[in-house]
Design a protein around this ligand. Structure first.
Ligand SMILES: Nc1nc2c(ncn2[C@@H]2O[C@H](COP(=O)(O)OP(=O)(O)OP(=O)(O)O)[C@@H](O)[C@H]2O)c(=O)[nH]1
Length: 373
């Protein structure tokens, strides 16, 4: 059932390959369980021991392969080679041991435990929010790995004995835990992907596609909140409007694609030149806005001046074209954030207009602000 459920998620998620692997892993697990289950009735060790153990190991291996695919977006040739090598390393001793009573069970259980530990390590590098599906899966894998180690401990003394391992009550409990954990893991895996989609959707609605800065709507939303916060704290706030100089000429001379790369580069330079607490947005076209909370006019003037210099003196070369770029900056501030955002932006825009009129590549502050300071 879980295999069918994952197969349906695979189709719903537009053939996201990791779900196919996870679905196949469930069917392989059931096939391996069936092959092992008929040991009591059928004397075909090749089927009931060798094939059963191969299938039982292949199932978690497919889960791990699906995780790699999910986290890295692809299974590289190197990863496939490593998987083939590991499978061979497992198959060789198994082929030699499968007729020795209980030895193959111990080997398979140990290998599965190693695979689950690897899955925990893989998930450690997953940067997903909300993070709880990752933690829960790590917990499942940890319990599952412990269960497999327990199975090894229980089976080791029975190697070579003609005892039917799974008739032991303790091992039946382990087996039950194995099935429950496999089911729970199968149910939890899609949540990983929902976390990822949620993140991607959030990014799409909040960030500007080209520059990965806040888009206009998100900038206004966050800036209004920041302003409210500053008002409560009685802090002064500075808003900068930043506009590229003669950007039309760059588009006309080098083409729109180069213009886009120039916009991206400016955005990167803004990110580097400003603090993480500053909000940076692309309001549209070649116009950016920055809100600097808890910042004095003098500090902002200095930072703005440095930004202009950093951009003007940057070794501009985009796809081997010597693109020359400068920006003009208009600043506005209010002590204790008495103004609203729209007014602040309008004042900064006014100052930007003056910066352009005075020859560009400079920062000018709104005169209203200068009076206040
Ligand atoms: N490549 C690219 N160009 C854009 C984008 N958005 C706006 N532009 C261009 O930016 C240019 C803006 O031109 P203007 O408003 O005349 O301003 P300017 O040439 O920078 O001149 P000043 O602002 O007066 O210094 C136009 O050519 C737009 O086509 C974009 O996303 N990518």
């Amino acid at each position: 059932m879980i295999g069918c459920y994952l197969a349906m998620v695979y189709m719903l998620r537009r053939h996201d390959q990791c779900f196919l692997l996870w679905s196949v892993a469930c069917f392989v697990f059931v096939a391996g369980g069936c092959a092992a289950g008929i040991r009591t009735y059928v004397d075909m060790p090749l089927l009931t021991y060798l094939l059963a153990d191969v299938l039982l190991l292949l199932s978690p291996a497919l889960v791990v392969a699906g995780l790699v695919l999910f986290l890295r977006g692809q299974l590289s040739a190197r990863a496939k080679q490593q998987a083939a090598l590991l499978l061979t390393l497992f198959l060789l001793p198994l082929a030699m041991l499968y007729q020795v009573s209980n030895a193959s069970t111990a080997l398979t259980s140990f290998s599965i435990a190693v695979l689950f530990i690897y899955a925990i390590v893989l998930l450690k590098n997953a940067r997903l929010t909300p993070v709880f599906p990752v933690y829960i899966l790590q917990l499942f894998f940890a319990v599952h790995a412990s269960l497999m180690v327990l199975q090894v401990i229980l089976v080791l003394p029975l190697i070579g004995e003609e005892h039917r391992t799974f008739s032991l009550p303790s091992l039946q409990w382990v087996l039950l835990g194995h099935v429950l954990l496999t089911t729970s893991t199968g149910l939890m895996l899609p949540l990983l992907s929902f976390s990822l989609t949620e993140n991607q959707l959030l990014r799409l609605t909040e960030l500007d596609d080209l520059t990965q800065l806040l888009n206009r709507r998100e900038f206004f939303k966050r800036a209004n909140l920041a302003l409210l916060h500053s008002r409560r704290q009685q802090h002064s706030v500075v808003v900068l409007m930043i506009d590229l100089d003669h950007f039309k000429q760059i588009n006309d001379q080098w083409g729109h694609a180069i213009g886009d790369l120039a916009l991206k580069k400016v955005a990167d330079l803004l990110k580097v030149g400003l603090r993480t607490s500053d909000l940076i947005g692309r309001l549209g076209g070649e116009e950016f806005a920055v809100l600097m909370p808890n910042t004095s006019a003098e500090q902002a003037a200095l930072i703005g001046q440095r930004l202009c210099e950093r951009i003007a003196h940057h070794a501009w070369e985009i796809e081997a074209r010597p693109v020359k770029l400068t920006v003009s900056v208009g600043g506005a501030s209010c002590v204790a954030a008495l103004q609203d955002l729209k007014q602040l932006l309008a004042d900064a825009d006014n100052a930007l207009y003056q910066a352009k009129a005075q020859g560009r590549n400079r920062i000018v502050f709104d005169s209203e602000f200068e009076k206040q300071t």
